[in-house]
Design a protein around this ligand. Structure first.
Ligand code: SF4
Ligand code: SF4
Length: 386
């Protein structure tokens, strides 16, 4: 059964390095042959999706990445740190500089580069299974990730307005290169279960050997971008199994593990869903999850008609918006227009993926709840016992 190693930790480098080394040693113990050894090519995949200071809790902390790189170097292996960011037209080198990664890795013999080249791969690689939905049977993923001897997955613990949380399995979506990411969002629309199926398939293909989540400074509220609120949890957790790690995070935050769509999708693909905990697990009963309205009792045919008034949606905060166009460029549905004075959202086109919130550098997009949603929530509260 997969083991979750839990550590109270901090962004004090001496403490963090000790804790990271302890976690990787423990996780490597789960394998008959330790994955990280001399000459092996180790791909380190943090969350470097957006150009953001570490205090914003949007990206994996640069000191955590540094500690992992130092571990890999000590073993004589060859580290590469890569991601595919979403803040165009910023360059990858600008993003990693803004995230503090360039400075933290300064002087270390590590390759720091963007994923740029994709390779087609069958969903059967890594022992995965085809799903009834054939659109996942062939994926295009970063060649560097597919060719690596070992993958170390370093997600940030954050809320996500579409997917509830973005954890270890979701972090691997960064191995989809550049514009293919919005294409997937657009093709799968606002169906969270379909998107979770894609994420579970990507995970089954890549199967990172080591997963460590950065929950020292996490994000709650309307994440995963500047709309969320940083919250210090002071925890890092590691495992050889990304799905088990995500389940343990749900457990820590007091939600049903199968309420996270990626966990359910992984289980439906036959992934073992169980874990044991080593260390003192915190229990957080007041974590703030994103504002959203999943009106599951509305029939699907009616949903199409009622979605304008019965689903949450992104909304521009005009005073805060700098009209920088980052959200316009990332929107997979081309639902945002900039008329040079203000932004206009086309909610018929919008698929509620919240990529725009994720990339906005100025906290200028919020989640809006239509009045009908607020009214229904009040009614449900009144008629819900306890
Ligand atoms: S909402 Fe944010 S990302 Fe979009 S144009 Fe305004 S400032 Fe830029
Ligand atoms: S407007 Fe925002 S939430 Fe809607 S599709 Fe575009 S990026 Fe996604």
């Amino acid at each position: 059964m997969p083991e979750i190693i839990v550590k109270d930790s901090a962004y004090d480098y001496a403490i963090l390095k000790r804790d990271i080394f302890d976690i990787i040693d423990a996780v490597e113990g789960a394998y008959a042959v330790k994955p990280i050894s001399a000459g092996r090519h180790v791909l380190i995949k943090p969350n470097l999706l957006a150009s953001a200071h570490p205090d914003k809790a949007i990206t994996t902390h640069p000191l955590l990445i540094k500690a992992v790189v130092e571990y890999v170097l000590e073993k004589g292996a060859l580290p590469q740190v890569s991601d595919s960011h979403a803040t165009f037209p910023k360059s990858f080198s600008q993003v990693v500089k803004d995230c503090g990664v360039t400075e933290s890795l300064n002087g270390l013999p590590v390759t720091l580069k963007e994923f740029t080249v994709s390779k087609k791969v069958s969903a059967l690689r890594g022992g995965g299974a085809f799903t009834p939905d054939t659109r996942y049977n062939t994926l295009e993923l970063a060649e560097d990730a597919l060719n690596a001897d070992v993958i170390i997955n370093l997600p940030k613990l954050k809320t996500h307005t579409q997917m509830d949380l973005t954890l270890a399995v979701k972090n691997l979506f960064g191995c989809v290169v550049g514009p293919r990411k919005p294409q997937w969002h657009f093709n799968l629309g606002e169906n969270k279960e379909l998107f979770a199926g894609l994420l579970a398939t990507i995970h089954s293909v890549l199967r990172p050997e080591i997963n460590i989540i950065d929950g020292i400074l996490s994000m709650e509220g309307d994440g995963p971008g500047t709309g969320g609120i940083p919250r210090r949890l002071g925890v890092i957790m590691g495992s050889a199994d990304a799905v088990a790690l995500d389940m343990a995070v749900c457990h820590m935050l007091g939600i049903d593990e199968m309420s996270l769509a990626t966990n359910k999708a992984a289980r439906d693909k036959g992934h073992l869903v169980d874990f044991t905990i080593r260390g003192d697990m915190k229990y957080i009963g007041d974590y703030v999850f994103p504002t959203r309205a999943n009106l599951l009792f509305v029939p699907r045919f009616a949903m199409n008609v009622l979605r304008q008034n019965l689903t949450t949606r992104p909304m521009n905060i005009e005073g805060a918006c700098k009209l920088c166009n980052d959200c316009v460029k990332i929107c997979p549905a081309q639902a945002i227009e900039n008329d040079t004075k203000r932004l206009h959202f086309d909610y018929d086109k919008c698929i509620r993926c919240y990529c725009c919130m994720e990339v906005c550098p100025h906290r200028a997009i919020k989640v809006h709840q239509p009045l009908a949603v607020k009214a229904i929530k009040k009614i449900v509260k009144v008629f819900t016992p306890g």
